[in-house]
Design a protein around this ligand. Structure first.
Ligand SMILES: *Cc1c(COP(=O)(O)O)cnc(C)c1O
Length: 408
């Protein structure tokens, strides 16, 4: 498909877009274009009703009976089963609970225990820092263990020796949008006898993923970015069935116990993925995930991927004179475009005042996320035009665009 060169061509693509009908499922800002769904996804129209029902009926009326009658106890599994097809996982391999950092802590510690005698965790220096902080925390608990950060994945093979217990990588880089070769890297890691842990925060819901075909060991991911479950909704974790019996995770709370309501003093891990539970995840936040998964059931991820690539290609083509750090090759990029611009912070603020919401990632990247369920081709066109105008006019130089809040 040729990249559109006029706004009319974009409107024509929108008219035949098979995902266009899904846009009405989402509550979008009345004015403007939201290109930050890779940081916080938008509110599905159906979510307030599902949350209201959970609060008023299940909590307000059902009270304690809702644990059984409303299926609360099963939610970490039933919602995990809803995520499974989006990431190529099998039955009983996905659990919804905790944040990404905590899930990574549990998985990485379990992985270290599965590879006694191996003391190294490999990661990428530029990855989302919480993953590195957790790797540092976990290796700090094992005598002689250390976390080694690669400056480039070109160095991966050189570091993959018999001392490596696990490798933790982001499938799509949160800053640059680089998409890694999950199958190839997982295979290389396995050949070295190490375990592979993927962070899917920027790929789940953005592109098809096949954890089973790639023989991935473990994975973690977010539900509040591309999946639109709502601010701080719990994350998910994946553990391949072949590892379930061997896994011993460190946060041995009662919900990971074989019989939590037997109230015995000794811990005994539950069978299967349930042993990754610690506490029960916040129920009201699970309601947001429940609502959005009803939409995802109707979504064809191949269509999502095709449109995502077309939107990012269009945006990059309109801004080709800027320093785009996101790869132009489709097989190497996720669903966002990052542009290096030293004054990116005030430029993004000036764009936000024009109603185009992207974000800035230090030290110098402007980041624009493309969420095919609710972003149109004309949106991508208009956003690129707005950015061109902000840069051409120099309006971003105004003092008010230089003030920073706590969250960028
Ligand atoms: C968003 C994100 C997280 C979030 O971690 P939490 O512990 O859930 O706050 C972790 N890793 C990556 C790569 C992310 O993009």
């Amino acid at each position: 498909m040729a990249v559109p060169t006029t706004r009319e061509q974009c409107a024509a693509l929108d008219a035949v877009d098979p995902l266009a009908p899904l846009r009405k499922e989402f509550t979008l800002p009345v004015e403007g274009i939201y290109l930050d769904g890779n940081s916080l996804g938008v509110l599905p129209v159906r979510t307030p009703e599902v949350v209201r029902r959970t609060v008023e009926q299940e909590w307000g009326q059902g009270l304690i009976t809702s644990w059984n009658a409303a299926g609360w106890t099963e939610l970490p599994h039933t919602l995990g089963a809803g995520i499974a097809p989006l990431i190529g996982a099998g039955d009983g391999e996905v659990l919804v609970c905790d944040g990404v950092s905590i899930n990574l802590f549990k998985i990485l510690t379990a992985a270290m225990r599965m590879r006694p005698g191996r003391h190294t965790v490999l990661g990428e220096r530029d990855t989302f820092p919480t993953d590195l902080y957790i790797a540092e925390g976990v290796t700090g608990l094992f005598e002689g263990a250390r976390s080694v950060l690669l400056d480039s994945l070109d160095d991966l093979d050189a570091h993959l020796d018999e001392g490596v217990a696990a490798v933790v990588l982001s499938h799509v880089d949160y800053r640059t949008g680089v998409l890694l070769d999950m199958a190839g890297i997982t295979e290389r890691v396995h050949r070295a006898g190490a375990l592979m842990i993927w962070d899917l925060c920027h790929s789940a819901g953005a592109l098809p993923i096949d954890l089973t075909a790639c023989e991935v060991d473990f994975a973690v991911g977010c539900t509040y970015k591309y999946l639109n479950a709502g601010p701080c909704a719990p994350g998910f974790l994946y553990a391949a069935t072949r590892h379930h019996d061997a896994v011993r995770q460190p946060l041995t709370g009662w919900f990971g116990h074989a019989e939590p309501f037997a109230f015995r003093p000794e811990y005994q891990a539950a069978q299967g993925i349930t042993r990754f539970m610690t506490s029960f995840p916040p129920l009201l936040a699970l309601a947001g995930l429940r609502a959005t998964l009803e939409i995802w059931e109707q979504v064809d991820l191949d269509q999502v991927r095709a449109k995502s690539l077309a939107l990012t290609e269009l945006f990059m083509a309109r801004l080709a004179d800027l320093e785009i750090v996101t790869p132009r090759e489709p097989e190497r990029r996720g669903s966002q475009v990052a542009i290096r611009y030293p004054d990116g912070f005030p430029v993004v603020q000036a764009l936000i005042e024009r109603g185009v919401i992207g974000d800035f990632r230090a030290p110098d990247l402007m980041r624009f996320g493309f969420t095919p369920l609710y972003t149109s081709y004309t949106d991508a066109w208009d956003a690129a035009e707005a950015l061109r105008e902000v840069l051409a006019s120099g309006e971003w130089r105004a003092e008010r665009f230089h003030r920073r809040g706590a969250v960028t």
